[in-house]
Design a protein around this ligand. Structure first.
Ligand SMILES: Nc1ncnc2c1ncn2[C@@H]1O[C@H](COP(=O)(O)OP(=O)(O)O)[C@@H](O)[C@H]1O
Ligand SMILES: [Mg+2]
Length: 318
């Protein structure tokens, strides 16, 4: 769906983006991850031509973006700006309706779509007549998302979409975001400096440093097959928790004991982390899991830890 090929951008002496190449598949969520200043925003903005690269090419739907009319291109791409970027003197309704107005939708269609979206994003109807500064950070964030989604673009670019929020709000909005049907049919490129966020939301993660790609792969690949020291060290602080979250019961299945006493069964697609949480919060000594072959195993907390350690020591991911 999106192909970025050997793209570079310099600002005077600063090489903001250096020979960056990646593909984004249809309906995939690719996360650009890296510390501040590594070139994430610049990369993102080149996709909708807010910035033109010095070098390289970007192709969307088989067509080079420079051969497309900029306005037409941007109409097909929703954009959530870093720091939300709502228009302060527009009401919430006006903020969301900017693109439909440009597209000359009729009033009724705009109104219906705006109402549909605020419902989906859990914003109160009473907020429509308010101005951005009268809303909480979390609500403003939802408005930013509504504005990007309003014309139902196939591609969505999101720059630190949860960056302006406190940690608690962030975590809960992220969960909602993951469950939002409207986002599941979109091809998304999302920027973040937050490792946990990248792992939670990304189908694949593109880890960047100093304008270059260090590694691109699934969360599992980044964790268990780091390609260099940078990639390894970048995740080290959160490694254990990430591993528990990324691995599922299926992944460690063969290392779990075979005991079964059929009780309520959970899917083996559950992450090791969630299984640990469940064991902790319920008072069961074990949980029963069933995999795709309809095999069943009963698993205690100790079984989980043992199987997890075995998985790591088997060396299949070295
Ligand atoms: N308009 C600009 N003029 C000069 N330097 C810029 C400009 N935009 C970005 N840069 C520089 O390019 C580098 C990458 O910036 P950016 O893409 O915004 O990084 P990130 O989004 O990863 O924090 C940084 O060193 C930044 O200072
Ligand atoms: Mg940025």
């Amino acid at each position: 769906m999106i192909e970025v090929k050997g793209v570079s951008k310099e600002y005077g002496e600063t090489i903001a983006v250096n020979q960056v190449s990646f593909d984004v598949k249809e309906k995939e969520n690719l996360v650009l991850l890296g510390t501040s200043g590594c070139g994430k925003t610049t990369t993102l903005k080149m996709i909708n031509r807010l910035i033109n690269p010095d070098e390289g090419e970007i192709i969307i739907n088989g067509q080079s973006i420079i051969s497309q009319n900029t306005e037409t291109l941007r109409k097909g791409i929703g954009y959530v700006m870093q720091n939300i970027g709502l228009f302060p003197h527009y009401t919430i309704e006006e903020n969301i309706a900017v693109v439909p107005k440009l597209l000359k939708w009729d009033k009724k269609k705009i109104q219906d779509r705006v109402h549909e979206l605020i419902k989906k994003l859990h914003l109160p109807a009473s907020s429509l007549k308010l101005f951005p500064n009268e809303l909480s950070g979390g609500q403003q964030q939802r408005v930013g998302l509504a504005r990007a989604l309003v014309a139902d673009p196939a591609v969505l670019l999101m720059d630190e979409p949860f960056g302006a929020l406190d940690n608690v709000t962030r975590t809960s909005i992220r969960k909602e975001f993951n469950d939002l049907e409207e986002l599941k049919r979109k091809t998304i490129v999302m920027v973040t400096h937050d490792v946990e966020e990248a792992f939670e939301l990304g189908d694949r993660i593109c880890l960047m440093d100093k304008g270059e790609i260090m590694q691109i792969g699934t969360p599992k690949e980044l964790l268990f097959y780091p390609v260099n020291d940078f990639a390894r060290k970048f995740l080290d602080g959160q490694r254990l928790a990430l591993e528990f979250k990324v691995l599922t019961i299926n992944d460690i299945w063969e290392n779990l004991p075979n005991a079964t006493n059929k009780t309520k069964e959970f899917s083996a697609d559950m992450s090791v982390w969630d299984a640990m949480e469940k064991l902790r919060s319920t008072h069961f000594a074990d949980l029963a899991f069933i995999n795709n072959n309809k095999d069943c195993k009963n698993v205690t907390f100790d079984d989980l830890i043992k199987a997890f350690n075995q998985y790591k020591n088997l060396g299949k991911h070295e």
